[in-house]
Design a protein around this ligand. Structure first.
Ligand SMILES: [Zn+2]
Length: 68
């Protein structure tokens, strides 16, 4: 397991976790304030809200709650 120094950590605005800076860089290599995990979740929820299939959304939400 790698030792991460606090100097390389950033606190996510959403999940309030201290994560490595790598987790805050998006596809355009811009530094952002929410980690990739939260951004990924937001993207999933955005996609789900655009779908009328609620069954898929519920299943994915359950999967996410067990992952966290
Ligand atoms: Zn986060």
């Amino acid at each position: 397991m790698d030792i991460v120094t606090t100097g390389n950590l950033q606190k996510c605005k959403k999940c309030q976790k201290n994560l490595p800076l790598e987790a805050f860089i998006n596809e355009n290599t811009q530094q952002i304030k929410t980690c990739n995990i939260c951004r990924h979740k937001a993207t999933l929820q955005y996609k789900q809200s655009n779908q009328s299939n609620t069954e898929v959304g519920l299943l994915t939400l359950e999967e996410m709650s067990t992952t966290i």
